[in-house]
Design a protein around this ligand. Structure first.
Ligand SMILES: Nc1nc2c([nH]c(=O)n2[C@H]2C[C@H](O)[C@@H](COP(=O)(O)OP(=O)(O)OP(=O)(O)O)O2)c(=O)[nH]1
Ligand SMILES: [Mg+2]
Length: 132
């Protein structure tokens, strides 16, 4: 719609451990898409590149310093109450001890088990890509 608010641009990171498991955390229940599992990330701020946002969000949320990451996919999704553009990156290397710094429940999950978790609708396409 012509007067609908601009989509929110979100940087999202897919982080693997040495066993090939993926880091996921649960969104706080009072947030948009609350109580669902997510890949870490957050809004790209004005004057910030998406890569800068990815590095910042993963430092703030997961306590890691991203050293390299490559673009995986971009998902446009309309939740009705909010439109998002998820800019999804695969983290190639990072330093630091990974942890969840914002009190969210988190875990490492094997790729084949991701489908058992409830993610926001927009994540379906990401999970399909990872499972392939
Ligand atoms: N981080 C993240 N957000 C996702 C995923 N899937 C998905 O639909 N989203 C949506 C939910 C939210 O509408 C939006 C992320 O916004 P957010 O409010 O969590 O962003 P943020 O962490 O920067 O929040 P804030 O501190 O700026 O308020 O993207 C995902 O896998 N990870
Ligand atoms: Mg976030």
């Amino acid at each position: 719609m012509a007067n609908s608010p601009k989509a929110v641009h979100v940087a999202v990171g897919v982080i693997n451990n040495a066993n090939g498991e993926i880091f996921i955390s649960k969104r706080h229940k009072d947030l948009h898409q609350g109580d669902k599992w997510e890949f870490p990330g957050g809004k790209v701020e004005a004057e910030e590149t998406v890569y800068d946002a990815l590095v910042r969000e993963l430092r703030e949320e997961c306590n890691i310093q991203v050293q390299s990451a490559s673009p995986l996919t971009v998902i446009h999704h309309n939740y009705g109450d909010k439109r998002v553009v998820l800019d999804v990156w695969r983290v190639i290397s990072f330093s630091g001890e990974i942890a969840q710094r914002e009190g969210q429940e988190w875990r490492w999950v094997p790729v084949y088990a991701l489908q058992a978790y409830q993610f926001p609708e927009a994540n379906e396409a990401i999970i399909d890509l990872l499972v392939d």
